[in-house]
Design a protein. Structure first.
Length: 130
């Protein structure tokens, strides 16, 4: 059971076109994407911090710098994977989690907004042992 939760938010700009989709989003267009990474844990460090906000922001920003001002359809892994908000959320979750997750803290959810009114989230069910 997690007790503490923190969220960082970052923004990047990129273009994409959706594959296998009929509608205007099949044409190249851009977004100012807003990404939220949610990290949870149940044990604070001796200084009273779960994990430094700056560390989570840096890891996330470094990852997203490869996507910023790019055509996602030409940028790995989205040159093969359809660059939907859902796929972006899962990929960010996995990549940031590889660097953050440990015994006391883990990424539990990533939200990706391509517009103020549209958000896709990715999280995994956590099965606790008894």
């Amino acid at each position: 059971m997690f007790v503490y939760e923190l969220t960082i938010k970052t923004v990047f700009s990129a273009a994409h076109s959706l594959r296998d989709y009929e509608g205007p989003c099949s044409r190249l267009h851009g977004h100012n994407w807003v990404v939220e990474v949610i990290v949870c844990g149940n044990q604070l460090q001796p200084n009273g911090i779960l994990v430094d906000f700056g560390e989570v922001k840096k890891i996330t920003s470094d990852l997203l710098s490869n996507l910023d001002h790019a055509n996602l359809n030409e940028t790995p892994p989205f040159d093969r994977l359809n660059p939907t908000s859902e796929n972006l959320a899962r990929w960010i979750y996995e990549q940031v989690g590889r660097q953050i997750n440990g015994d006391d803290v883990r990424v539990t959810q990533v939200n990706v907004r391509e517009a103020e009114t549209s958000c896709a989230s990715y999280f995994e069910e956590i099965v606790e042992s008894k």
